[in-house]
Design a protein around this ligand. Structure first.
Ligand SMILES: [Zn+2]
Length: 293
């Protein structure tokens, strides 16, 4: 807040017209702060489940991972208050990651709507079914929430339930994405992905639900940074590359293809294609072509 004020008056003194300072909302903005490591101010005791933080001193915690010890030198700690009222602390460490041995397989992945993703090697990643169930539960909680009197005790309780369910779904999704991205990066030396501009696609309302569901943006980020850790390569293909319209066998285009067609026969070579597998194969060959030039 102070910085916003100071900037405001500094600009005024200079004779500029400042934008009015914006304030952070106590309720809406994310409640988090980061503190850097200096003079042993942060210290983690994995056996006693305690962490020492500046100002707070020693605090008990619950481990989210089966770390026996921290993987490296502490850089900073971030404390985050989730909307359901839990406090999370993440400790950023600098560690050396051993590169994985070279594997001689390459794969292209097409991020789909029916399935989460399909690989050129026939790898099919289904959207986990439990999301639907959890989302139905979320919808029910939200409906109940909308019927409560604003500000009442029951309103606040119900709001907490909605927040907890949101968090639960987000955690499950992140777990799923971590598992899949780690596996894909381990299995393939080169991974080719399409640059989908997730944000643009999500503007289309009908597609938006399943896309934000699918968490593609986060998935691609995970694949990229994990590939970098392990010394594997990610190639991104231009979003204008017609991956689903090309025949992966003869290379002819099939301009008649619409989003709803799941399977098609190439008018030229008569090969029958599954839409997503065909796209994944094209993504792979385009990616390898880009690598070799
Ligand atoms: Zn063909």
């Amino acid at each position: 807040m102070n910085t916003a004020y100071n900037n405001f008056f500094r600009e005024l003194r200079k004779g500029n017209k400042p934008g009015f300072p914006r304030f952070k909302s106590k309720h809406k903005s994310k409640q988090k702060y980061r503190t850097n490591f200096t003079n042993d101010n942060i210290c983690v005791d994995m056996e006693a489940y305690q962490i020492k933080l500046p100002k707070l001193g020693w605090v008990r915690f619950r481990k989210s991972k089966k770390w026996a010890d921290l993987p490296g030198r502490i850089i900073s700690a971030t404390i985050n208050r989730t909307s359901s009222g839990k406090y999370l602390v993440s400790v950023l460490c600098q560690a050396k990651v051993d590169e994985l041995p070279e594997v001689y397989s390459f794969a292209g992945y097409d991020l789909g709507l029916m399935t989460f993703a399909i690989g050129s090697n026939g790898d099919v990643i289904e959207n986990p079914r439990y999301f639907r169930k959890e989302e139905r539960k979320l919808a029910r909680l939200q409906r109940q929430f909308s019927r409560k009197t604003k500000g009442s005790n029951n309103y606040l309780k119900q709001r907490a339930k909605v927040a907890r369910q949101h968090e639960r779904i987000a955690n499950m999704r992140r777990d799923f994405l971590h598992q899949q991205s780690t596996r894909i990066v381990r299995e393939n030396q080169v991974i080719c992905l399409e640059d989908l501009r997730v944000k643009n696609l999500a503007k289309n309302r009908r597609l938006a639900k399943s896309i934000s569901d699918a968490g593609w943006g986060m998935f691609r980020q995970m694949i990229s940074y994990k590939a970098e850790w392990y010394g594997h390569t990610v190639v991104t293909i231009d979003k204008f590359y017609p991956s689903s319209k090309l025949c992966s066998i003869c290379g002819e285009t099939n301009p008649m293809l619409t989003l709803s067609v799941r399977e098609w026969q190439c008018p030229h070579c008569k090969a029958v294609h599954n839409r997503d597998t065909n796209a994944a194969r094209n993504i792979l060959s385009e990616g390898l072509r880009l690598l070799s030039v």
